[in-house]
Ligand binder design. Sequence first.
Ligand code: SF4
Ligand code: SF4
Length: 88
Amino acid sequence: MFEVMVDQERCVGCGFCVRACEFGAISMSMKDKVVLICDQCKDEEDGPQCVKFCPKEAISFTTLDSYAQKERTKTTEKLISGLAKSQK
Ligand code: SF4
Ligand code: SF4
């Protein structure tokens, strides 16, 4: 099942997604610059607009398994990068 997911590390709090959502379904904490999103229109023919308008590719429309795999890959890359730096 496809879900709308937000990568909070990529989000810069620009608010493009808030303006793109025609349902007014996104809220943002200005303090933390964290967006809270839904998957209300995931069955629309052209998919969720919030995903398309995010300039940082922080919002994805994917399965939980794919998202988890992507996160694991990111974590592994960070660990490898950290190890490489510590060996210099
Ligand atoms: S999934 Fe649709 S309704 Fe929900 S925040 Fe994104 S654009 Fe708005
Ligand atoms: S458009 Fe993307 S980067 Fe901008 S606030 Fe929304 S999720 Fe964050």
